[in-house]
Design a protein around this ligand. Structure first.
Ligand SMILES: [Zn+2]
Length: 210
């Protein structure tokens, strides 16, 4: 199966215009919007690994340090993500507890493991269905947006809940690390080039037909 790369065609990632490559080794610039063109995102694998490993390291302080402190009627203590979830469960707020657990614990871990898996698929040339791998990539891309929910909630609480003596909410060190995890995992989704999954399939076809 012929790919765009074999026909000298290159997709502009900014405006999605299909361009004819300027010369054999130089994709050039998009003739419609002027953005630089890439047959494949440059150093996609190493950049994605670097972002992903940093995100995984930041997960540790994000979970060990308090993410926020809620002081209500003069009493309160700093909460980490997990102690916050436990506290919500104890106070019977199950839906919010589930929401916080999914957004702050499950989503970042699933994203990191999922992208790492796709990197391994490409690097080690695992023979898996490219359709399913691409579906996995798109799902990770889609769930990623929900990991911002937690930071959004904290920032709203910090700005809105300032009732002086009655209740205050302040963000903790953990929230900075958590913000780092969210941003880095989002960037790793962007630096990973899903076309690499299909290249694997095409090189496999060549091997099979030879
Ligand atoms: Zn363009």
């Amino acid at each position: 199966m012929k790919r765009g790369i074999d026909l000298g065609l290159v997709l502009c990632l900014q405006c999605h215009q299909v361009n004819q490559q300027a010369s054999a080794n130089n994709p050039g610039y998009c003739h419609r919007c002027g953005a630089p063109l890439f047959q494949r995102l440059p150093q996609s694998l190493s950049r994605t690994w670097a972002l992903l490993i940093t995100a995984a390291i930041l997960l540790i302080p994000a979970n060990l340090y308090p993410i926020m402190t809620v002081v209500y009627f003069g009493s309160g203590q700093p909460d980490t993500i997990m102690s916050g979830v436990v506290r919500l469960i104890q106070s019977g707020q199950y839906p919010i507890a589930i929401l916080v657990f999914i957004a702050s614990v499950a989503v970042p871990v699933i994203k990191i493991l999922g992208i790492a898996f796709l990197l391994l698929v490409v690097q080690l040339r695992w023979r898996l269905s490219p359709h399913q791998c691409t579906l996995m990539y798109r799902s990770i891309e889609w769930i990623g947006r929900w990991s911002l929910l937690d930071l959004f909630m904290i920032s709203i609480l910090v700005t809105l809940v300032d009732l002086g003596e009655i209740a205050t909410v302040s963000a903790g060190t953990g929230s900075t690390a958590f913000a780092g995890v969210v941003v880095l995992t989002m960037m790793s989704v962007m630096t990973f080039d899903p076309r690499l999954i299909w290249d694997l399939q095409d090189t496999k076809d060549e091997h099979d037909s030879n």
